[in-house]
Ligand binder design. Structure first.
Ligand SMILES: CC(C)(COP(=O)(O)OP(=O)(O)OC[C@H]1O[C@@H](n2cnc3c(N)ncnc32)[C@H](O)[C@@H]1OP(=O)(O)O)[C@@H](O)C(=O)NCCC(=O)NCCS
Length: 293
């Protein structure tokens, strides 16, 4: 059984048949009707861009299988179109970023040595870790580092193959990974959170008074700060091996910079769509230690 679909052009001859296609039971609230999508494709330039972009991102093998059809295809089961668009817009110099809808069987993508390094046995965690490693491995493959394991240290941090820097994150539906060359970056951290407001009682826990002023009226500001600090922690930990509390990281949203307790400065990149996606990078030779306060 193939795990992807092929796309065909919707034409004057088949559009009514497309509109009549019914969703499976329970899927009605997950996607819009085909009637809406056909109309959207006619009138919304963004929708057409999205489809072209998704086709451009097809793995070579799948793109080759669809050659001759003129329309291309994309793997609807593993790519979320909203993520494709958001990630495409999030350009981080020196980094490749990818995502995957966590799918049954993703735990089988864990290599033997990766399985041995995981400290958890719950199938949901293994699925998520497998999915994130699939994404990371695809990105590494495209950089010429094929089939390499990403072990997990006793503290949870991924152990990247020599020459690679990277980071992974997942929620219960999507896994993301960012990968680059150590030649270009010292470290990277990525985090993904649903774009929903953080519970108000967590605000003081995660944000300094100055940061609270900076996010004043932004309902997603606290969630953004939360995701930034988690991404910063993931980038800084492998370099410094030190636990950081939320208040050990100071965020300058306007300057898109974060500073850790040790004085390490990180560049911040983010986008907000259905999720808050943050990437924090430690540029080469960025050990700008500040006076401790
Ligand atoms: C690392 C941490 C932030 C991950 O957050 P999470 O919401 O549990 O999980 P995410 O999906 O975002 O990320 C999980 C991935 O982070 C990576 N990760 C875990 N610990 C890490 C560490 N110490 N350093 C770098 N990356 C780490 C792993 O790749 C992991 O995926 P895997 O287990 O499949 O390999 C969190 O688990 C943690 O260790 N927190 C303690 C420090 C903290 O929270 N301080 C306050 C914020 S600064």
């Amino acid at each position: 059984m193939t795990d992807y679909v092929k796309l065909k052009k919707v034409t004057a001859d088949n559009w009514e048949a497309v509109v009549e296609l019914e969703l499976g039971a329970g899927q009605e609230d997950l996607v819009t009707s085909n009637l809406y999508s056909v109309a959207e494709a006619q009138f919304d330039p963004d929708a057409r861009h999205l489809c072209r972009e998704a086709c451009r991102r097809l793995p070579d093998v799948q793109r080759a299988e669809n050659e001759g059809q003129g329309e291309g295809s994309f793997d609807l089961s593993i790519h979320d179109p909203v993520f494709l668009r958001a990630i495409d817009a999030l350009v981080v110099p020196g980094l490749l970023i990818g995502h995957r809808v966590i799918s049954q069987g993703d735990e089988l993508a864990l290599l033997h040595e990766e399985m041995a390094s995981l400290s958890f046995s719950a199938i949901e965690r293994r699925l998520a870790s497998g999915a994130a490693r699939r994404v990371a491995r695809e990105l590494m493959n495209s950089m010429g580092f094929a089939g390499l394991p990403i072990l997990r240290s006793t503290f949870g941090a991924p152990v990247w193959p020599a020459g690679i820097v990277g980071s992974m994150a997942h929620d219960d539906r999507i896994a993301v990974a960012a990968v680059g060359l150590r030649r270009d970056l010292d470290a990277v951290g990525i985090d993904i959170e649903p774009a929903t407001p953080l519970p108000p009682d967590m605000l003081e826990l995660i944000a300094t008074p100055q940061e609270r002023r900076a996010i004043a009226d932004n309902p997603l500001g606290a969630k953004l700060l939360f995701a930034i600090k988690e991404a910063v922690y993931k980038a800084a930990y492998p370099l410094d091996q030190e636990f950081l509390d939320f208040h050990d990281i100071k965020v300058d949203l306007a300057g898109r910079l974060a500073t850790t307790r040790a004085g390490r400065t990180l560049a911040l990149h983010w986008c907000v769509f259905s999720h808050v996606l943050v990437v924090a990078t430690v540029q080469k030779a960025s050990m700008d230690y500040l006076p401790s306060s």
